[in-house]
Design a protein around this ligand. Structure first.
Ligand code: ATP
Ligand code: MG
Length: 540
């Protein structure tokens, strides 16, 4: 991981360690198991687990499952798989539902302190009485119920005596607070929903803002890191801890969400894409989910490097997707083996070559001297885009009567072009120069172009897929999501690759002059799927 300057969260922690306010550090990653993790979550994971690693502290995986209607065990499993892929190891796995009994008992304590009351207003009435930013809220007529009555009613809520929504428990704080979240917020609601872990044991569920500070405290969290939209909720987070007398109350710290251009991050939209069939599921390689990114072939190391390099900020901003591409490319350039393949095969017959031979091919210029054998013979394929019938000036690839070097092989000259009835080039006849072999070229022929090729007899046909971003460019920013959607974001080719690619399916490759690719199992069989283009040609 790249070395980055200390961010503002680390500065806070350093001060607290120095002053003795804390003696060790514990964070948690708190997903709600209601969907798949995305690249924004990777940022949060890197911050929380980064702190654990840096301060030799702890980080729990904490599932915030206080909202039974949307949560599923399927998502719990998917989330764990994604975190493991990133290489993070949590200390404990916990669920808000592990603490339901404690959360309930703390509510009883609040009632006994006169700090919570059972309210009979409907959700609508509560929201109507909440007031606005400029106008105070109106106190509930049930606000001054006696402690005994509140205890009785709340116990009955738990026992199932009331219908969903008939009553709720509210914290008694301040209806005149300038912060609307402090205006007697609802902390428990009645909800008859089967919970993915506790089943039908509970018919009342705590609200996130109330449950979260308790769960953090019960786990020993010292720093509860969340995104900026929770800044206005911090007074309530603190109120819960202070009122309940938590010793060493955890501290909530907010940072800016990661937003990336040309990526849809919101679960709601991602879900829509999946349901509309605009993508092949949550793990489609174009999806910004971690499952999609993994399928795409972006290495976990590159993603973590990206999260580290963009830094942790207190102000919202948008990161260019080309930056993620650049980081991925940088990683793959160092690590990916080179192979040859052609997206649009064009047959070339080398008329003066007989037999076959093995040539040496550089596995990766960063691994100097590491070579493997490639097959060469009379019949090869080059990419159609490397031949031009009407070449512009300074065209250095192949043209009629022109010369080009075949990568790690020989110089060839194009003698004859075969066209079909539509005037399309279907085959080239060339001659090669035996003394022009790469590494021992004595031919004296000067060529400027080097192109990749594959041997006809051994090359393997495979569908090649290249991608565009799911969202169109910034010029569409601000427009409705459906108008920004790029519905034509996959391009398919009937390509040919060296057999080496399919013999090493678990590797990522740089297909020379073409891009970075990996073999991907899809519902249409195995395809060669683009990880990232070779160059940033997005702004063209
Ligand atoms: P979404 O709104 O995309 O569904 P969420 O906030 O509802 O995301 P959670 O499962 O509640 O998802 O999030 C778990 C953690 O990840 C939270 O701490 C949340 O703040 C953080 N997180 C979510 N999205 C981002 C993002 N884009 N950038 C940074 N952190 C994020
Ligand atoms: Mg959330």
């Amino acid at each position: 991981m790249a070395v980055v300057a200390e961010n503002f969260i680390e500065q806070i922690i350093n001060q607290e360690l120095e002053s003795g306010k804390v003696s060790s550090v514990q964070t948690r990653f708190p997903p709600e198991p209601n969907g798949y993790l995305h690249i924004g979550h990777a940022k949060s994971l890197c911050i929380n687990f980064g702190i654990k690693e840096k301060y030799k502290g702890k980080c729990n995986l904490f599932f915030d499952d206080t909202n039974p209607s949307k949560e599923k065990t399927e998502f719990v499993d998917a989330i764990k798989k994604d975190i493991e892929w990133l290489g993070f190891k949590w200390d404990k796995q916990t669920f808000a539902s592990d603490y339901f009994e404690d959360i309930y008992n703390f509510a009883i304590e609040l009632i006994k302190m006169g700090k919570a009351f059972v309210c009979d207003l409907s959700a609508e009435e509560i929201s109507k009485n909440r007031g606005t930013l400029t106008e105070k809220g109106k106190e509930s007529p049930y606000r001054n119920r006696s402690i005994e009555e509140n205890l009785k009613l709340f116990t009955e809520m738990r026992e199932g005596k009331y219908a969903d929504g008939e009553k709720c428990l509210r914290a008694k704080i301040d209806m005149a607070s300038p912060n609307i979240n402090m205006r007697d917020p609802v902390i428990y609601r009645i909800l008859r929903q089967t919970h993915h872990r506790t089943g039908d044991k509970w018919c009342i569920y705590p609200m996130y803002d109330y449950a979260h500070p308790i769960c953090d405290y019960m786990q020993g969290v010292t720093h509860s890191i969340c995104t900026l939209e929770f800044e206005d909720h911090r007074p309530l987070y603190d109120w819960v801890g202070i009122t309940l007398g938590f010793v060493n109350k955890p501290r909530q710290i907010e940072f800016a969400r990661l937003n990336v251009t040309n990526l849809v991050m919101s679960k709601r939209y991602l879900k829509k894409l999946v349901e509309e069939g605009a993508v092949d599921g949550w793990d489609d390689p174009r999806m910004p989910t971690l499952a999609g990114i993994r399928n795409r072939g972006i290495p976990a190391e590159a993603l973590k490097d990206f999260c580290g390099r963009i830094g942790v900020a207190k102000a919202n901003s948008e990161v260019q997707i080309s930056y993620l591409d650049a980081v991925t490319r940088e990683y793959l350039n160092l690590h990916a083996e080179r192979v040859m393949g052609v997206l649009k095969p064009l047959k070339v017959t080398i008329t003066n070559y007989e037999g076959e031979e093995k040539l040496k091919f550089d596995v990766n210029p960063n691994l100097e001297g590491v070579q493997r054998d490639i097959d060469f013979s009379k019949e090869i394929y080059i990419d159609r885009d490397d031949f031009s019938l009407n070449p512009p000036p300074k065209y250095f690839r192949l043209k009629k009567d022109g010369y080009v070097r075949l990568k790690n092989a020989y110089i060839i000259k194009c003698d004859e072009v075969t066209l079909d009835e539509k005037g399309e080039v279907v085959e080239l006849k060339c001659t090669y120069f035996p003394d022009s072999k790469s590494g021992s070229d004595t031919s004296g022929i000067k060529v400027k172009g080097v192109i990749q090729w594959v041997n006809a007899k051994t090359a393997v046909p495979i569908e090649v897929r290249k991608y565009e971003y799911l969202l169109k460019d910034e010029e569409y920013a601000g427009q409705d999501f459906s108008e920004r959607m790029n519905y034509d974001s996959v391009h398919k080719f009937n390509g040919l690759v060296e057999p080496y690619v399919l013999e090493n399916e678990d590797k990522s490759f740089q297909v020379l002059r073409t891009g970075y690719f990996k073999v991907l199992e899809t519902k249409d069989g195995k395809v060669l799927s683009e990880i990232v283009a070779l160059k940033d040609n997005f702004n063209k």
